[in-house]
Ligand binder design. Structure first.
Ligand code: PBG
Length: 338
């Protein structure tokens, strides 16, 4: 054993910080914000302590709270005033995201990213238009969870047209960046084309390139009221068992001109973050999702974990794995400590 080489020498106060390999900065963080057109007061989200759905009127105030902590970017999610089988409200000029984006971008300096997806806007809760004769509020009522393939197909190419229109309506409202999360094949190209032809060639696309069919989204689905009314999202979101497929997905998105590549969830998929970091030069984002947030809160409520410490350690780990940007419900709490 060689006891002349002692790594512990560099772990003392004073030098420890200097040799730290990973720096987390408030400017790496993006705070998710929920805007709800069905309420006129703030509604706490039970499974995500500290987070709430805010009415459009409160959206500027909510974003100002985020900015005060040092976090400069927000990701907006909308809960529309009504839903239908095609998610019509998602592209409406007076839609919840469009209204909130207009206010936030004109009244604050926040960098506004919008989630582009249909699941919060469709009555069936799926991320696209369903096969003819399937869907609508009553689809699958009798066998709500049997996962019967024939009933669950989201029509990929028909959904693409809608995604393009939605993203463009967000850009028209002032969105700085759009983030398609539906895992439709070709979604980045469709959105790029729609944005470019409407004169928004400067608006970047952060693609949820490798989004897994994950049970860690549970609390979010309560928060955004976007749980599928029947079946699951296996037909379009990725199998948690697959890493190589994530690289294939990312390749396709890069070919379609994605600007930022996202992996979601974050902590259970740090190997995927690392692989993408090594193989691509694009900025990589990781989404530290609702379940990752909720589990740390639940354990800390029991007194089993120190919330501040585990939150910070989680985010540093995501960064160390190779993420440049982190979407996290801890953004505001952690930014204050950086
Ligand atoms: C919508 C969307 C989801 C999340 C972000 N965008 C839910 C889903 O796919 O079911 C989850 C975020 C989180 O859990 O924090 N497509």
């Amino acid at each position: 054993m060689n006891l002349t080489d002692r790594p512990r020498r560099l772990r003392r106060d004073g030098v420890r910080e200097m040799v730290s390999e990973t720096v987390l900065d408030a400017s790496d963080l993006i705070a998710p914000v929920f805007v709800d057109a069905t309420t006129d007061e703030r509604v706490p989200i039970e499974s995500m302590p500290g987070h709430e759905r805010v009415p459009v009127e409160e959206s500027v105030a909510r974003v100002e709270e985020v900015l005060e902590t040092g976090v400069e970017a927000v990701m907006l999610f909308g809960i529309p005033k009504s839903k239908d089988d095609r998610g019509t409200r998602t592209g409406a000029e007076d839609g919840v995201i469009q209204e909130a984006t207009r206010r936030i971008t004109s009244e604050t300096d926040a960098y506004v990213i919008t989630d582009v997806c249909l699941c919060e806007y469709t009555d069936h809760g799926h991320c696209g238009v369903l096969e003819e004769g399937v869907g609508g509020a009553h689809a699958g009522e009798d066998d709500a969870t049997d996962g019967d393939d024939a009933r669950l197909t989201v029509k990929n190419d028909e959904t693409l047209d809608l995604l393009g229109k939605i993203a463009t309506s967000h850009a028209e409202a002032g969105a700085d960046m759009v983030a398609p999360s539906g895992m439709m094949d070709g979604m980045v190209a469709a959105i790029r084309e729609s944005l470019d032809s409407a004169g928004f060639s400067d608006v970047p696309i952060m693609s949820y390139a490798a989004k897994y069919e994950s049970a860690f989204y549970g609390p979010f689905r309560d928060a955004a009221d976007g749980a599928p009314a029947f079946g699951d999202r296996r037909h379009y979101q990725m199998d948690p068992a697959n890493r190589r497929e994530a690289l294939r997905e990312v390749h396709l998105d890069v070919e379609q001109s994605a600007d930022v590549l996202m992996v979601k969830p974050a902590l259970p998929y740090l190997d995927v973050v690392r692989s993408i970091r090594e193989e691509f030069d694009h900025p990589v984002a990781a989404y530290n999702v609702s379940g990752e947030y909720a589990m740390l809160h639940a354990a800390s409520e029991k007194g089993w974990l120190d919330l501040e410490e585990v939150a910070l350690e989680s985010l540093v780990s995501i960064k160390r794995a190779g993420a440049d940007l982190i979407l996290t419900y801890f953004a505001e709490d952690v930014a204050g400590r950086l």
